[in-house]
Ligand binder design. Structure first.
Ligand code: UT7
Length: 326
C-alpha cells in the first residue's frame, strides 16, 4: 500500500526572545502567573520587515538540505498559516519561487491551530493517491503580527516560528497511517480576529478600536481543547486497536501546558511520552507540531508510532497517526 512518509524536518525560529520578564514590563502580569497557568517561559519574535514566508522559506530549505533533495523535485507546497504574507497570493507561491520549487503547485491552508495537521493530511492523501510524488508541508506563523501587546490574556501565549516536513511515497508500513478531523463553527465566537476580512475590512475605525488582533475567551477554549483533543485521539487509537503502550510519543498542539497535561492524562500517556517545547516557543499556531518533530527528531526511531493532536479556532480539531520512517 502506498503511503506518504515524512523523510526530513526543518525549522526556523527567530533569534529575538520575548521573556516573561519582558512581558511584565508591557502588561499587568508576572513570571509566576505565566509559568503556572501556561508553562511558557519565553517566545521568539520575528520583528518588522519580515513575514511568515521568510520563516517558511528557511524551514523548507533546511528540510530539503537534510535530505539533499533539489527543490525542483517538489510537486506540491502547502503552507499552513493564519498569518499569510499577504491576503493573496498564497504564501506557498512565494515560498516555492524563493526555494526554486519550479514544478510545484501549492496553496495556503488556514484552519487556525489545526492548519498544519489538516495540511499534512491533504498532502499525504495526494501522495497516497499517486497524484503527487514529493510534497513540502510547512507551518509558519508570525503571531506577533496579530497580537495586541496590551492584552495580557493573549500576549503571554503566542510566539513566532516555522517548521517544515518533506513527504515522499513509501510502500513500507510507515508514514501517515490514518487521521480523524472535526470542526464546529459555533466556536468562532470564542477565538477569532474581528477585522481585516471581507466582513470588516481595515479602516481607521478598525485600527482605532484595535480589532486586528487575536480575540480569545480563554476559559471556553481551554475546556473544549482538553475534551476534544483527548476524544479524537482516543477514537483514532481505538479504531486501530492502539493503546498508550503502543505509542512512542503523543505530539499535542502546544497551546497551554495544562491543556497538554490534562489531555495526556485522559489518554493514559505519562509525561515522558509527550513532546513538549511550549516553555521555549509558546504557542506558534501552525508551527507547533513540526517544531515538536524537529526538536525530538534525534530521539525517534523507524517504526515509532506517534499520535499528533490539535485543537484551535474554528473550532477545529483532529488527530493523526504517524509511523516514523527513519
Ligand atoms: O491555540 C489555540 C487554542 N488556544 C488555547 O488552547 C488556549 C486556551 N486557553 C488558555 O490557555 C487559558 O485559558 C489562558 C492561558 C488563556 C488563561 O488562563 P486561565 O487559567 O484560563 O485564566 P482565566 O482566563 O480564567 O483568568 C483567570 C484570572 C483572571 O482574573 P480574575 O478575573 O480571576 O480576577 C484574569 O484576568 O487571571 C487573569 N489573567 C492574568 N493574570 C496575570 C489573565 N491573563 C493574565 C495574565 N497575567 N497574563
Amino acid at each position: 500500500m502506498r503511503r506518504a512518509a515524512i523523510t526530513a524536518v526543518g525549522a526556523y525560529l527567530p533569534e529575538k526572545r520575548l521573556t516573561n520578564a519582558d512581558l511584565e514590563r508591557l502588561v499587568d502580569t508576572s513570571d509566576e502567573w505565566i509559568i503556572e497557568r501556561t508553562g511558557i517561559r519565553e517566545r521568539r519574535i520575528l520583528g518588522r520587515g519580515k513575514g511568515s514566508a521568510y520563516m517558511a522559506i528557511k524551514a523548507a530549505q533546511q528540510a530539503l538540505e537534510k535530505r539533499r533533495m533539489p527543490a525542483d523535485e517538489i510537486d506540491l507546497v502547502i503552507v499552513a498559516t493564519v498569518t499569510p504574507e499577504h491576503t493573496f497570493p498564497a504564501t506557498a507561491n512565494i515560498v516555492s519561487h524563493a526555494i526554486g520549487a519550479r514544478k510545484a503547485w501549492g496553496f495556503d491552508l488556514e484552519a487556525a491551530c489545526s492548519s498544519f495537521i489538516y495540511a499534512l493530511s491533504i498532502a499525504a492523501d495526494s501522495i497516497a493517491a499517486g497524484r503527487v510524488e514529493r510534497a513540502l508541508v510547512i507551518g509558519s506563523d508570525k503571531m506577533s503580527s496579530i497580537i495586541d501587546y496590551r492584552d495580557r490574556a493573549t500576549c503571554v501565549i503566542f510566539g513566532d516560528g516555522a517548521g517544515a516536513v518533506l513527504l515522499e511515497p513509501t510502500d513500507e508500513p510507515v508514514g501517515v497511517m490514518d487521521y480523524m478531523h472535526q470542526a464546529d463553527g459555533s466556536g468562532c465566537a470564542y477565538l477569532h480576529m474581528k477585522a481585516g476580512g471581507s466582513l470588516l475590512p481595515p479602516s481607521v475605525r478598525t485600527v482605532r478600536e484595535r480589532l486586528h488582533y487575536v480575540y480569545q475567551e480563554g476559559r471556553q477554549v481551554f475546556k473544549q481543547a482538553v475534551v476534544q483533543m483527548a476524544a479524537v485521539s482516543e477514537a483514532l487509537m481505538q479504531k486501530h486497536n492502539l493503546t498508550a503502550a503502543d505509542i512512542a510519543y503523543f505530539v499535542p498542539h502546544q497551546a497551554n501546558r495544562r491543556i497538554i497535561e490534562a489531555a495526556a492524562q485522559r489518554l493514559g500517556f505519562p509525561m515522558d511520552k509527550v513532546m513538549l517545547n511550549i516553555d521555549r516557543y509558546g504557542n506558534t499556531t501552525s508551527a507547533t507540531l513540526p517544531l515538536c518533530l524537529y526538536d525530538y527528531e534525534g530521539q525517534l526511531r523507524k517504526g515509532d508510532n506517534l499520535i499528533l493532536a490539535t485543537f484551535g479556532g474554528g473550532f477545529t480539531w483532529g488527530a493523526l497517526w504517524l509511523r516514523w520512517a527513519y
